[in-house]
Design a binder for this molecule. Sequence first.
Ligand code: LMR
Length: 398
Amino acid sequence: MFQSVVSAPPDPILGLTDAFKADPRADKINLGVGVYQDEAGRTPVLPAVVEASRRVVERSDTKNYLPIPGDPAYGLAVQQLAWGEGHEVVESGRAATSHTPGGTGALRVVGDFLHQNLPSTTLWLTTPTWANHPAIFAAAGVPTKTFPYFDPQANALDLPAMLAAIKKMPAGDAILLHGCCHNPTGIDPTADQWKQIADAVYAAGVLPVLDFAYQGFGDGLSEDAAGLREFTRPSAELVACSSYSKNFGLYRERVGAATFVAGDAGRCAVVQSQVKRAIRANYSNPPAFGAALVTTILGDPKLRKQWEGELAEMRGRINGMRKLLVDKLAEHRAPGDFGFIAHQRGMFSFSGLTEPQVAKLKSEHAIYMVGSGRMNVAGVTPANVDRLCAAVAQVLGA
Ligand code: LMR
């Protein structure tokens, strides 16, 4: 039977990590997968997480199954973090949160839900988008199409083209937007642009799904939720997919959430019954440990304050590296104006490098980034920035 199976290509993002690990060159630089690294190039366990782990282990008294949507205390913490304590959505009961294995798990649950309950729905994706988005929805059997998002000439949001495309989307379709820190471009709508986008989406009768994987990596926890809050209009339906891989550094614990917001609490209960059915047929119920860490941190004011400080430090380091990159690219006479890097938000910079230039950086300089030219700014350090910028200048023909 297995004779007929053909090899799959390596994953465009996680496959880079494998290639990087296998590279024997000592001065290699990894700007591929979206994982935070400190100045020394390490991805440490956040001290707030270390303390929460101690407490969770200490009070752990069972390994019994969790409910299908996970611990209700976690669900409440997810909603309060995303929308803010006391928000109408949190208080009204018209939102139901399920703990999923990471943000990817949340997206897959949404895909299964759409496929099983709204089978004629097409999901619209930004051009470009996270390389795994099309694969997740294809695996769930949800058809996808794309719409314009990014203007590479201006290095900015192409709002007119985006709004024109949304206007033409058929009612009953769904649109996947990045809640903040757009992956891969680092370009987010402003508050006014979010309003125009939400107006257009709701006028078209399209269901918004927000992939919210980087809350706190842009401008701050509350600031980064501006788009989500704009979409949360009275009685409006939407879905939010949260991930705590990045902002809590819990990558391998797989901690995420899918929150379905319905028009009222009654509809929400019906929708959630179908979400639970989708989860049960997929992974049955979620793993407990990572979510317990998040619930513990968010539920203790002192630990939460500490975590917010640690998140601010990660955000500050990345934004500092953005400025340093701009300065160093100029110092190394890289052709062009790279000022846009400082304005992009989140972990990534869409550098404008072409696929052949990215390939050359890898083969000649042991510098790894995603083929689209996406660079993980968190992989840049004061120790490697000169070598990186000199190599970029060289492949650009300086
Ligand atoms: C990324 O875009 O690099 C991250 O979201 C990690 C992943 O799973 O691709």
